[in-house]
Design a protein around this ligand. Structure first.
Ligand code: URA
Length: 442
């Protein structure tokens, strides 16, 4: 077999078989296939797509390229959750403690921020002392003792995806449905949970900008999960506006704690209750309505907050910052972005909001750049809100005043103020199961 012929086959729109896909993935991980040939192959996939069968085979190959985690040492049903990435998306910090307090185990490996999107591992590391690099034994022990653990990806989870993702990032081949499905689902299959809930974001801050593409991605991923014997459901949720009001690492932990105290913003709280309820349905706890009630109770009686505190303590973190979020280290400087005219916020380019936060130091400019945990943005006006000249649209936080210049410009470009009020988008557009697409308007 020659890589040259396989590139040409995909370039000409033909279907690759299992042996050919195995040759490509294994050869690339071993280093036998160079980056320039893999780049050409990925670009051919970008334009020609992959059949359902090819996507399935490639997902399994990528999953098997490293460790396949065996979670059988953890008692009970394990449910994983994955978000396709967004701005202000701190849902894992809220949803995992809720479902753990309702008896569902969460053994979750999360990622770091990517481009304009934040990552749960970075957010958790803003808690002083919190360890995201537990050994497998420690990971299992924390889940068995507290019901949940969130850590970074182990060194040898899906090495093929790590290599391919880095290449896609620099060859303009990230935003492609089969390639995203392979990337996400290979990690989920390797991570070993029994059930998977996918939070597929849609809108200006998501990788998938249109609802149709988001539904197509969700359907592809649900098929892969079910085919691999994992119960899989996807919710399509809005990312045309940042989720909640806080963007940035410790800022998002603070908002997650507020939400677990019953004082979170309505959009974030609603999305989290539905994500949590769907995870519980997957675990066989009850109907969607019953699970929604359980999730609400877990916030009201603070049992979910207690789970978060237990996990933080078990992973070496200083839980005093969770018990009193005023104790989080504060950014040295703050700057208010004020409205220059009257009207209504009619649009927030959410990718630009994320970039503004990166420019303040909350995300990475380059792969290994350090992160400023206290940097970020607090939003005071969101899509649909009325504004008057001089109203504060957002407060920016940074450790270096010079960063405000570029961040303010980016943020102002992100926010459109017009004369006529618009309605906010739904928060949850659809629920995708193996049975099909249920349209929602929540
Ligand atoms: N998240 C992933 O893990 N992979 C992708 O390809 C896109 C988003």
């Amino acid at each position: 077999m020659r890589m040259y012929d396989l590139i040409a086959k995909k370039r000409d729109g033909m279907e690759l078989d299992a042996q050919e896909i195995a040759y490509i993935i294994r050869g690339y991980v071993k280093g036998d296939i160079p980056d320039y040939q893999m780049s050409a192959f990925l670009m051919a996939v970008y334009f020609r797509g992959m059949t359902e069968q090819e996507t399935l085979i490639m997902t399994n190959e990528v999953a098997k390229s490293g460790d396949m985690v065996d979670l059988s040492a953890i008692k009970g049903i394990k449910v994983d959750k994955h978000s396709t990435g967004g701005v202000g998306d701190k849902t894992t910090l809220i949803v995992a403690p809720i479902v753990a307090s309702c008896g569902v185990k969460v053994a979750k490996m999360s990622g770091r921020g990517l481009g304009h999107t934040g990552g749960t591992v970075d957010k958790l590391e803003s808690i002083p002392g919190y360890r995201t690099n537990l050994s497998q034994e420690e990971f299992f022990r924390v889940v068995n003792e507290t019901g949940l653990s969130v850590i970074g990806q182990s060194g040898n989870l899906t090495p093929a995806d790590k290599k391919m993702y880095a290449l896609r990032d620099v060859t303009a081949t990230v935003d492609n449905i089969p390639l995203i499905a392979v990337s996400i689902m290979s990690k989920k299959l390797a991570a070993g949970s029994d059930c998977i809930l996918l939070d597929v974001k849609t809108g200006s801050g998501a990788f998938m900008k249109t609802l149709d593409d988001s539904i197509a991605l969700a359907q592809e991923m649900v098929k892969i999960g079910e085919n691999a014997g994992r119960k899989t459901v996807a919710l399509i949720t809005d990312m045309d506006t940042p989720l909640g009001n806080y963007i940035g690492n410790s800022l998002e932990v603070i908002e997650a704690v507020d939400t677990l105290n019953g004082k979170g913003p309505e959009d974030l709280t609603t999305v989290c209750l539905h994500l949590a309820a769907n995870m519980m349905v997957l675990a066989g706890i009850g109907t969607l309505d019953a699970c929604l009630k359980k999730a609400q109770n877990a916030i009201e009686d603070k049992s979910a907050l207690q789970r978060l505190i237990a996990m933080v303590e078990a992973q070496g973190g200083d839980a005093s910052v969770i018990k009193d979020t005023e104790k989080f280290a504060k950014a040295r400087y703050m700057y208010e972005v004020k409205a220059l005219k009257d009207g209504y916020v009619t649009k927030m380019d959410t990718e630009k909001c994320g970039i503004a936060s990166v420019l303040l130091g909350a995300g990475r400019e380059k792969k290994d750049s350090p992160i400023d945990f206290s940097a970020g943005i607090v939003l005071h006006k969101k899509t649909g809100d009325a504004v008057k000249t001089g109203d504060v649209l957002a407060t920016l936080y940074a450790s270096d005043e010079k960063l405000f210049v570029a961040a303010e410009e980016e943020y102002r470009n992100a926010v459109t103020i017009e004369k006529t009020q618009v309605l906010r988008n739904p928060l949850i557009y659809a629920r995708i199961t193996k049975e099909g697409v249920e349209k929602n308007d929540i």
